[in-house]
Design a protein around this ligand. Sequence first.
Ligand code: ZN
Length: 304
Amino acid sequence: MEYREDHLIQATAADATIRLVAAVTTNLAAEACDRHNTAPTASAALGRTLTGTLLLGRTYKDLEYITVRFDCKGLLGGIVAEASAHGTVRGYVRNPAAHLPPNALGKLDVKGIVGGGMMHVIREAGFEIGLMKEPYYGSTPIVSGEIAEDFAHYLAASEQINSAMSLGVFVEAEQERVTAAGGYLIQTLPGVEESTVAAIEKAVSNAAHVTETIRAGAGAEEMLRLALGDIPFDVLETHPVEFRCKCSYERAVRIVTALGQEEVADMLEKDKGAELTCHFCNSVYYLDEAALQNILEPLEPVVM
Ligand code: ZN
């Protein structure tokens, strides 16, 4: 099945008292789940978190990088997602095999595998323009386990922003593949009128689930239109979004180098090499004998 490219839109409504972000993330969620070989319920948890992190990241003006971490008491163990201001995201779950039978509604039981625990958000800003601001840390308890509600609770409790978030991942049953993913975030800003909030609440509660909308072929703008009913909004920007990791062979060499001379010499002697697997994307880097020698050489100059 062919899908359009993943994309994210930023929009505004009601004289800029409503901030809107929406994204279709089918490809990036499918890629993440393929890379980590996640079971269907774990796929839904990972796809929702990757999407929620992209949406949340877009709401901060000077953001460079955002990390969202769920430390879960349930079978899943934990979820980590990192998104950049450039629309890239990467992430993983601690237990990719986490899966449960469908819940009472016949849906993937994300709440069941997440369980309770804590949600942590780390935002970094100003690095590119050299300001090196202190990272911002916020933590709130996992109140729902369905992920979207947890993002909304985090925003309300930690940043005093009222919001509604909807996230969805559809896992096609037979092949266990993600065939639709996306979501939206609606934030109310200072000065918003009660009647606007009431109208949005009503529209959102009547809207079809995001995965239904995306499976029917809708893009992010159409998704917002369906969620907001007859409330008009203006799209400000559209960006591509994708799964992309920051790891590389050079980084792997730096990590091994940082272990220290003794450790590297030990690896060289015992294993004749070193193998590193990236948590975020499951890529494997292999440093052979020559690569390890090369790390040791500047530390042990040959005495003639
Ligand atoms: Zn990686």
